[in-house]
Design a protein around this ligand. Structure first.
Ligand code: F6P
Length: 196
C-alpha cells in the first residue's frame, strides 16, 4: 500500500525563542528527532521489507537536517518552504502585537487571506503547493514530507478534505508523524507522537 507521511522538522533554535520564519538550525532536541525519525522509517519500511519512501523537504536547513539520516532519495522543494512572514520574519508573536498591532489585528480577523507585507498569506501558500500535491498524487510509492507548520497544515487539510479556513488552525505539533492512508473516499490519518 502507498502512504503519505507528513511531519514538521525537528525543534529549531527559533521554535525555542518563538521567532517566526528564518533559516535556523535544529537544537539538540531537534537532532534527536532526526535520529528517532530515521529509526521510525527503518521499522516502518526496511524491517517490513517495503521499498523505502521518497523524502521531500523544503529548501530550509531545519527540514534538511531532520531527514539527514534517512537513506533514500531526497528532493528539496522551494514550494515546501514555510509561509513567508515578510516584515515580521524573525519577530515573535508578542513583538508583532506590540510593534505592529495593525498587522496582528488584520491577521486575527482573516488569517486565511491576510498577506504579511512583503510576504505571503495562507491562500498564497495553498496556491504554491498545487504542483507538489499534483506530483504527490501521481506517485505510486510512499512519500515522506518534512516541512513546516503552515505547509503541513495545508497539505493535511487538502488530503483530509477540511475547509481552507482550517488550514490556519489545525494542530500539527512538532515531533509527530501523520500517516495518510488513501481510502476509497478520502484518507485515514494515523498520528505517531515520537518521544524525544
Ligand atoms: O512558529 C513556527 C512557524 O512555522 C513560523 O515560522 C510560522 O510563521 C508559523 O509557524 C505559522 O503558523 P501561524 O500561521 O499559526 O502563525
Amino acid at each position: 500500500s502507498r502512504d503519505i507521511y507528513l511531519s514538521r522538522h525537528g525543534e529549531s533554535e527559533w521554535n525555542v525563542t518563538g521567532q517566526l520564519g528564518g533559516d535556523p538550525a535544529l537544537t539538540a532536541r531537534g537532532r534527536r528527532y532526526s535520529r528517532v525519525l530515521a529509526e521510525f522509517v527503518r521499522t516502518e519500511f526496511l524491517e517490513q521489507g517495503k521499498p523505502m519512501p521518497l523524502v521531500w523537504t523544503s529548501q530550509l536547513r531545519r527540514t534538511r537536517q531532520t531527514v539527514e539520516l534517512i537513506p533514500t532519495m531526497h528532493t528539496c522543494w522551494r514550494a515546501l518552504n514555510e509561509i513567508n512572514a515578510g516584515v515580521c520574519e524573525g519577530m515573535t508573536y508578542e513583538t508583532v502585537a506590540q510593534q505592529m498591532p495593525d498587522i496582528a489585528a488584520q491577521r486575527k480577523a482573516d488569517k486565511l487571506r491576510f498577506r504579511y507585507p512583503q510576504g505571503e498569506s495562507y491562500v498564497d501558500v495553498i496556491h504554491r503547493l498545487e504542483p507538489v500535491i499534483l506530483e504527490l498524487e501521481r506517485q505510486r510509492g510512499s512519500v515522506l514530507i518534512v516541512a513546516h507548520n503552515a505547509v503541513i497544515r495545508s497539505i493535511y487539510a487538502y488530503f483530509m478534505s477540511l475547509s481552507r479556513e482550517s488550514c490556519t488552525t489545525v494542530e500539527i505539533p512538532l515531533h509527530t508523524i501523520i500517516k495518510l492512508s488513501p481510502q476509497p473516499y478520502g484518507c485515514e490519518a494515523t498520528r505517531y507522537e515520537l518521544d524525544v
